[in-house]
Ligand binder design. Structure first.
Ligand SMILES: [Zn+2]
Length: 286
């Protein structure tokens, strides 16, 4: 896996708020509140941080944030905040929507794929008109025929127009994109979530954890979101990845961590993982 001219950049799409208890499942508030202080409504603030990967001839975007199509009352539940948006962040990298060649949607929950489709004069159209959009088939099927637990997270207007426009490509475990991105597939948070591994010419590896590791706090084994449909599977998927990541010095990119953008991972004597060398993407991947 190699590409001589390669650049990665964080694409901030703004922050949103979610209930702290929902984000940490069975973990008591006394423990998680030290790491992610909640406001008076028990809400914690979370980033929606996407990633841009540029090779010689491709501009690849991973995830698209929450977008702006839904009603004011829908967005009011999530207290959107922060100065940046998907398109303003791309613009500050010198890119217009039509410059994006590939969009990888890790999964189809609204905070990851909302920006993929735009409401243009009442018609839902792909935001990135020249891009292929990638998703896992199992995830697609879950989104189109959702179980009652996840139903509220899948909003058809965020992804169905991509299919209607003939833009969707289904990826499988082990597939690659542009020779630099490896596809890894997970089933604990939602069925068929892709967490891509980006491989650099100098040997560095950056793992876009999506909602397998939404923040650095979620490296702790029991810090599993209440949203996850199969929490035990999340725990075993994390343990398997952590073991490889610690051995091979991977960097993790945290989509929802407000502060820590990337870190590496270490294992203690009990085999439990914790973050080390927390940093910004730019400092490590110039
Ligand atoms: Zn999420």
């Amino acid at each position: 896996m190699e590409n001589s001219k390669m650049k990665v950049r964080t694409i901030h799409t703004g922050n949103f708020k979610l209930d702290g208890g929902a984000m940490f499942g069975v973990v008591p508030k006394q423990l998680w509140n030290k790491l992610n202080p909640a406001d008076s409504n028990n809400l914690c603030n979370w980033a929606m941080r996407c990633l841009l990967i540029q090779t010689e001839d491709r501009n690849i975007l991973i995830d698209t944030g929450i977008g702006d199509k839904q009603s004011e009352s829908f967005f009011s539940h999530y207290d959107l905040n922060g100065p940046q948006s998907l398109l303003s962040s791309l613009k500050s990298e010198g890119l217009e929507p039509e410059d994006i060649t590939d969009v990888l949607l890790t999964h189809l929950h609204f905070d990851h794929c909302g920006g993929a489709v735009t409401n243009k004069n009442g018609v839902m159209v792909p935001t990135f008109t020249n891009a292929r959009y990638y998703v896992h088939k199992t995830q697609w099927d879950s989104a189109m025929d959702p179980n009652p637990r996840e139903k509220a997270s899948f909003l058809r207007e965020n992804f169905e127009p991509l299919y209607d426009a003939g833009k969707i490509i289904f990826l499988e475990q082990g597939d690659t994109i542009a020779n630099v991105i490896e596809v890894h597939v997970f089933y604990g948070h939602t069925h068929g979530m892709i967490a891509p591994l980006i491989c650099f010419p100098d040997g560095k590896k950056l793992f876009y954890g999506a909602d397998l590791f939404p923040s650095s706090a979620h490296l702790k084994p029991h810090f599993v979101m209440a949203y996850d449909i199969e929490p035990l599977k999340t725990m075993s998927e994390r343990a398997r990845i952590n073991e490889i990541a610690a051995r091979e010095n991977w960097w993790y990119f945290y989509e929802h961590d407000l502060i820590t953008e990337i870190s590496q991972v270490a294992l203690n004597e009990k085999g439990q993982s914790y973050p080390i060398n927390g940093s910004s993407l730019f400092e490590i991947f110039i």
